[in-house]
Design a protein. Structure first.
Length: 329
C-alpha cells in the first residue's frame, strides 16, 4: 500500500502542490483546492488553523492582514462558506487535551493569560516533554519561539536543564525568547551572565532595545549595575528597563550627579513610574523608586535642572514633580 502525504490545510485530500512561503525551508504542502483558497486569502477557519499550527499565524498568507484569530478571512477574494465542521477549535474545545492545547497556543498571536492558565493545569514534566519534542521537530522560528514562551510562562524552573542545554548549544536567532525562559528557570546570576555575554556583540545602536527585551523579566538590581558600566548613549529603552529593576532613590541621585547619559536615564526611569506614561511591559509591574527621602526630591531635581536646563529636561522634571506621590516610595 502506498502512503501519501495529506494536505496540511484540510488534512483530507492528498497533497499535490508545494507553495513557497517566506521561509524557504518550510513551504506549504497542499491539495489543489486548498492551494487555490490559500492564494485567494479564502481559507476556511479550520484550514487556516491547521496551517497556523505548522507554520504559525505570522507567516505570509496567514497573518492578521488576512485572517482573524479564529481563522475568519478578512479579505477573501471568493466567498468562504463555513459549516460547523469548518470552524476552528476554541480554547474550550482543546483545553482537556494537552497536545491540542499546545496546537491552539501556537495559533495565537500572543500567548495570553487564559491559555497560560489552562497549560498550568497539566503536569509540568509532561508538558516539558511535549514542548521539547515539538521544539526539535520543527524548523519554524515562530513556532520554536512560542514554545520557549511556554517554557517561560508555564514551566518555570522545571525547564532549567533544558534551558541550560539550549545555552550550551546557543543559537543567536532565539536570544529573546531564550532570555525569557532563562529569567523564569535559572538562578538570576547564572541567567544574567549568559545574556550579558551575548549582548557584548550587539551594536551601540541596537543594544538598548535588545537589552530591554532580554532583561526586563529579571527585575534585578544586577541589571542596573550592568547598565552603569555599559550605557554610552541615551535611549528611551534604558529608562524603561531601569524602572522595572527596583531602582532606589540613592541610585537615581547618583545617576543625576554622574551626568549624561545616566542623568537622562534617571529622569526617564522616574517618569516611567507614572501610570499611563510607560508601555504595557513596564506598567504591568507598577514600578516605584524605592527608599526615597521624599523631603529631598524637589531640591535634588531642581539642583539638577540648574546644570541641564534644556526643554526636554524641564518637561520631564515637570511630569515627575507633578506625580511625586505615585513615583516615590
Amino acid at each position: 500500500m502506498t502512503v501519501t502525504d495529506l494536505c496540511e490545510s484540510c488534512k483530507i485530500n492528498e497533497m499535490n502542490v508545494v507553495e513557497e512561503s517566506d521561509d524557504p525551508n518550510q513551504p506549504y504542502k497542499l491539495c489543489d483546492q486548498c492551494h487555490k483558497r490559500l492564494l485567494k486569502r479564502s481559507l476556511r477557519p479550520i484550514e487556516w488553523y491547521n496551517l497556523a499550527v505548522i507554520h504559525s499565524p505570522k507567516k505570509f498568507l496567514l497573518h492578521d492582514d488576512f485572517y482573524e484569530e479564529d481563522g475568519e478571512a478578512c479579505q477573501p477574494e471568493e466567498d468562504v462558506i463555513v459549516n460547523k465542521k469548518d470552524k476552528a477549535p476554541t480554547l474550550r474545545d482543546v483545553r482537556n487535551d494537552l497536545e491540542s492545547l499546545l496546537d491552539f497556543s501556537i495559533t495565537r498571536w500572543f500567548l495570553e493569560e487564559d491559555v497560560i492558565k489552562e497549560l498550568k493545569k497539566y503536569d509540568t514534566l509532561t508538558t516539558l516533554n511535549y514542548v521539547k519534542s515539538r521544539f526539535y521537530e520543527t524548523n519554524n522560528y515562530e513556532v520554536k519561539s512560542r514554545l520557549l514562551e511556554i517554557a517561560a510562562d508555564v514551566l518555570g524552573t522545571s525547564a532549567s536543564a533544558w534551558v541550560r542545554e539550549l545555552w550550551k548549544n546557543y543559537d543567536e536567532e532565539f536570544l529573546y525568547p531564550l532570555s525569557w525562559a532563562t529569567a523564569s528557570s535559572l538562578p538570576t546570576e547564572e541567567g544574567l551572565h549568559n545574556i550579558f555575554e551575548q549582548l557584548k556583540g550587539t551594536s551601540e545602536k541596537e543594544l538598548p532595545i535588545a537589552a530591554f527585551t532580554c532583561l526586563y523579566r529579571f527585575r534585578s538590581s544586577n541589571v542596573l549595575d550592568w547598565m552603569e558600566s555599559t550605557c554610552t548613549i541615551f535611549n528611551d529603552n534604558w529608562g524603561r528597563l531601569a524602572a522595572v529593576c527596583f531602582p532606589t532613590w540613592e541610585r537615581m541621585k547618583s545617576w543625576l550627579k554622574n551626568g549624561r547619559p545616566l542623568s537622562l536615564i534617571a529622569l526617564d526611569t522616574m517618569a516611567n513610574c507614572v501610570k499611563g506614561y510607560g508601555d504595557i511591559y513596564v506598567q504591568q509591574f507598577s514600578p516605584k523608586i524605592l527608599g526615597t527621602d521624599k523631603s529631598k526630591v524637589d531640591q535634588v531635581l531642581n539642583d539638577y535642572f540648574q546644570k541641564d536646563d534644556v526643554p526636554r529636561v524641564k518637561m520631564k522634571l515637570t511630569r515627575i514633580l507633578e506625580n511625586k506621590k505615585e513615583i516615590f516610595e
